[in-house]
Design a protein around this ligand. Structure first.
Ligand SMILES: [Zn+2]
Length: 783
């Protein structure tokens, strides 16, 4: 907690050097314009300290404060003091200056002021030390740099730091951060510009005085920066731990600009931390052959972050890099591309790490661990496959993928990329070797509403059962057993009240939740099995060999809202499946495509305000439940992430396929989900009594053909269907058969019809045309 004494002490240290600044600051403190904050506001969420300067809240980084509160506070005071002077100057000049450019000038003046102050201070320190010791050559070099910085004082420097060329200023390494944004690793550039950027960033550890002290002490060769688009994105300070026969490279400090820099509009700065650690690894491997290991103290900050990279605790507070993994491995492989001097032995080591990491994914294990490894591993694999410089990396990646081809859904797509961009070639999968479909099917699902007449009746499960016995599907599917979902899992989507209301129906002969929605004695138990069945199916697809699945469960789910049962639905299976992917597998984006004849009001409601789940539906409109109009597009962060394609009664197969091909497909490719769920109702069929559409069972094969294509393109082929409506027994049996044949790889869709859909201009269908008009402002791919 920052106290007035701290501020007073900081000002008292300024006063002897700069009486005028000291006096002004003292006065501001005396009149309360500089002040502490009440306890609850005095510490930020990150544990940093805060105080007030002319009603503006200033942040003092925690570690710097604890080590030297005066310096920490001075840096912020000096910036604001410099701004104050500039503001007065502008007011006095009464010039014709816009508010915006005045604000920019004031901001820049504050940063300039603190840097000037610190350069003067450093020069004084250097001269004082030099008068005590002999002037050395090193001292001369440092004096030259500082004098140069001072001389630049009134020059308006170029705002960006440039390291493009291959000359003496060329970066040491080139790599990537965020979403493949190029980044440079350089020795910290001692120029005003870099110092001002550092002052603006206000990073932990690296205040301007630290940077200049590092120079004065001759340690500047240990200070490095990550530069992204001409700006400092992070800083790194290395040390060497030496004992007899032992040397270790130590990461003393590392700090990144994530989320701190307004000048980076829209640029993702994730991955700067692993970039800097990767660069430290690369320095070690290319410049310090005698060094045994890379270490860091737990003081450096987020230990889970370093553990995820492969650091292991050795003694208390001491961490050693055992084997680079996850994003660190990816960052190192990216850097390796700019390091021709990487020794072959180290390159083989990297290839081994990559191979082990792919193996780990293929073998499965703790779901959370695997989920955290998946994305960085595939990034690293893809990067290795495309490596121009290091053939052994590309070869290892390709061989390992081939070995685990059947266990890694992404493998084929990655191998295709490898074949396209390199001279590697791979055996095609033999035709007809398509994988079986994972199926949740259990006659227990006929227990819900058993013994009473209902449209959503037990006959539906018997129809599915008959379809699955069809000889054409023999050996084409693999059973996945259901399991009950817990209250806590149901609460991912539903309110506790709702869960309790359904739970209370257990054992009751019959309960009506609304006009359409009833329960019998075992309904609650079966509804939990339906949800848990989908969860187990997700596990099978994520950890097992198979890529496509269908959960034939009852009751259906897409009308169930977070707080109520509705339209035959108790719990929202599809919405819970999406949450399961998010929470258990760390999936960032899920897309749910709803091809039931009715709109899935419950699923839409569950995700209306989020961009993490995209809900797309086509359906008969107007019709039950009344929602799903064109204008319902989501709200807040979710705006544009609900896509409704209302269709008139009587729409046919071609309309459905066209909606998938020309609206849902382009959006899916742009949204790039990690998983595709399909809420599949068989009530688009013309003989269904609860809807008025004119679809056919062949139409379900056609829709599945296009959905498979989308899944193959965006999420490694992973495609999970869950049963919603569909009430005509014959239709259900026929549609199940057609859908499963197509899912299991028997091509049943008519190639000519597929071609016709592909070549149909979207404007041929009014429904599709209108949906494109509404959504093209959210999705570039539609315009
Ligand atoms: Zn329906």
């Amino acid at each position: 907690m920052l106290k007035r004494e701290h501020i007073k002490q900081a000002i008292d240290e300024i006063a002897p050097r700069s009486p005028e600044i000291g006096y002004s600051l003292d006065e501001l403190l005396g009149t309360g314009r500089i002040d502490t904050l009440p306890e609850e506001h005095g510490v930020s969420g990150d544990g940093d300290f805060r105080f007030l300067f002319n009603d503006e809240v200033l942040t003092v980084r925690r570690f710097i404060f604890i080590n030297n509160s005066a310096v920490a506070i001075q840096q912020q005071l000096l910036i604001k003091y410099g701004e104050m002077l500039k503001r007065r100057e502008i007011l006095d000049s009464r010039g014709d200056i816009s508010y915006r450019s005045a604000a920019e000038e004031v901001h820049a003046a504050g940063l300039r002021f603190v840097v000037d102050y610190e350069i003067d201070l450093a020069l004084e320190k250097l001269r004082r030390d030099a008068s005590r010791t002999d002037e050395t050559e090193a001292g001369g070099r440092i004096l030259d740099i500082l004098s140069g910085l001072k001389a630049e004082r009134n020059k308006r420097a170029d705002l960006l730091l440039r390291f493009a060329g291959d000359g003496p200023d060329a970066p040491m390494f080139r790599g990537i951060v965020g979403n493949e944004v190029p980044a440079f690793f350089v020795s910290f550039p001692y120029c005003r510009n870099a110092l001002e950027q550092a002052a603006e960033l206000n990073l932990e550890f690296f205040h301007v005085r630290f940077l200049l002290n590092t120079l004065i002490r001759g340690n500047d060769s240990r200070l490095f920066a990550c530069i992204v688009e001409g700006r400092i994105a992070g800083l790194l300070y290395l040390g060497m731990r030496e004992r007899l026969f032992y040397r270790a490279l130590e990461i003393v400090y590392v700090a990144t600009a994530r989320g701190r820099l307004q000048s980076f509009p829209g640029l993702s700065l994730r991955g700067v931390g692993s970039f800097l650690v990767a660069a430290a690894w690369m320095l070690w491997k290319t410049r310090f052959p005698g060094v045994r290991e890379l270490v860091l103290d737990s003081e450096v900050g987020a230990i889970p972050f370093y553990q995820a990279m492969g650091f292991q605790a050795r003694r208390s507070f001491n961490y050693v890099l055992e084997a680079p993994r996850a994003y660190l491995l990816d960052s190192i492989i990216a850097l390796a591309e700019s390091c021709p001097e990487l020794p072959p032995r180290e390159l083989r080591g990297l290839a081994d790490h990559l191979q082990k990491q792919i193996g780990k994914l293929a073998k499965g294990g703790h779901a959370g661990d695997i989920a955290a490894l998946r994305k960085p591993t595939f990034r690293a694999v893809r990067r290795s496959l495309l490596s121009r410089r290091h053939a052994p990396l590309a070869k290892t990646a390709a061989e390992t993928l081939l070995r685990y081809r059947n266990r890694i859904p992404e493998a084929d797509e990655l191998l295709r990329i490898a074949a396209q961009y390199s001279n590697l070639s791979f055996p095609e999968r033999p035709p007809g070797s398509e994988q079986p479909v994972a199926i949740v099917h259990d006659l227990l699902f006929a227990e819900h509403l058993k013994g009473i007449f209902h449209m959503e009746g037990t006959h539906r499960i018997h129809s599915v059962d008959a379809a699955l016995r069809d000889p054409s599907l023999e050996n084409r599917w693999k059973a996945v057993a259901p399991r009950p979902a817990t209250d806590d899992e149901l609460a991912w989507v539903h309110t506790r009240d709702h869960i309790n209301r359904i739970t209370r129906t257990a054992g009751e002969e019959i309960v009506s939740l609304d006009l359409d929605t009833q329960t019998t004695g075992r309904s609650c138990e079966i509804a939990r099995l339906a949800v848990g069945g989908l969860f187990n199916l997700v596990d099978e697809i994520w950890n097992g060999d198979l890529r496509r699945g269908f959960a034939f469960v009852r009751p259906p789910g897409h009308h169930a809202e977070p707080d109520r049962a509705m339209g035959f639905c108790l719990f929202n299976n599809a919405a819970l499946g999406a949450r399961y992917l998010e929470l258990v597998y760390g999936v960032e984006r899920v897309m749910i495509v709803d091809i039931d004849a009715h709109h899935g009001n419950g699923t839409q409601k569950a995700f209306y305000g989020t961009d993490g789940v995209l809900y797309a539906s086509f359906h008969q409109f107007p019709c039950y439940p009344g929602t799903g109009s064109l204008g319902e597009v989501g709200e807040g962060r979710g705006e544009g992430f609900t896509v409704n394609i209302p269709m008139p009664k009587g729409s046919v197969d071609r309309d459905f396929a066209l909606a998938i091909h020309s609206v849902i497909g382009p959006i899916a490719r742009e949204y790039s989900p990690d998983a595709l769920l399909v809420s599949c109702g068989f009530d688009l069929c013309q003989s269904d009594r609860l809807a008025g559409m004119n679809g056919t069972p062949e139409g379900y094969a056609l829709m599945t053909f296009f959905l498979k294509e989308i899944a193959d393109q965006v999420c490694g082929g992973r495609l999970i269907y869950v049963l919603e409506g569909g009430y005509n027994a014959r239709c259900i049996e026929e549609c199940t058969r057609h859908t499963l044949r197509e899912l299991s790889g028997i091509v049943t869709s008519d190639p000519e019809q597929v071609e016709r859909i592909r070549s149909t201009a979207p404007r041929k269908t009014a429904a599709v045309q209108r949906a494109i008009e509404v959504h093209k402002k959210y999705w570039k791919s539609l315009s």
